[in-house]
Design a protein around this ligand. Sequence first.
Ligand code: G1P
Length: 303
Amino acid sequence: MNKRNRLEYLILLSNKIEGFFSMKCVIPAAGLGTRFLPITKAQPKEMLPVYDRPTIQFVIEEAVASGIDDVLIVTSKDKRSIEDHFDRSCELEKNLEEHGKFDLLKTVEEMSDLADIFYIRQKKQKGLGDAIYCAKKHVGDEPFVVMLGDIVTKSDVPCTKQLIDLSKRYNSSVIAVEKVPDEKVERYGIIDGTMVSDDIYKVNALVEKPKISEKPSNLAIMGRYVLYPELFDYIEDTEPGAGGEIQLTDAMAKLSSVYASVFNGRSYDIGNKIDWLKTSLEFALTDMEHKDEILDYIHELIK
Ligand code: G1P
């Protein structure tokens, strides 16, 4: 065993002793992307760029920054480009090398090295709960992470890492929530909770896309979850709910213990055209090389 392997082995062993095995992560990416038609007719919603990279790359980067190295993407037909994006492209790499484009070469190589990425197909789009159920075999009998591709987050400690830490503290399923205004309540899963400490709630009930008149609060589930594996049994017993789909929220409502943590950071919901465009613009303005040019262009448009 060489020095590096020995070190990795020791880290693994100490993690095992402390029960800190890195969690697996499931990213559902099987939806039809109807909110983005016609852009998504022949290309996956998850591959839409937010400025300079596909949205799903942001999500996987957050997973990796949270200590996850095993990612299962639940796909469906017509989603091949996701696999290609995270695969090696020998032809492209050779070309970049030959032309001395070493920065780009590094970017491309890093992308295919981010994590161990696995794929499974959801055969029929029966809802988010059903998509997560496709991960049952891969996940096994351990708590696991779910990350929705519609949400990109920014924070000092990655959102998913915050949840993993909390899940270990409470020995429970944990979800991230955010306060939304009344007019947005119908778009999300909403919790009813009792505050147990600063920004942490013990969840009493969960409702998927409630009417404003029936909302239990304004705390919306924001697409990051750590879930206990008994969830899979509950999904099996979950009837179609909001929108005629098997909802993850309805299955979660049956879990014996769920805590909700108000996300300490900035989230971007890119699940609709306007917010996606705004996010792309905001991210573009953090690119110092092009910021001024973009601002000049915006000023010109306003004129
Ligand atoms: C899904 C979830 C919902 C959650 C939302 C976050 O809804 O079902 O509970 O609040 O993601 O983006 P969807 O956006 O798939 O309708």
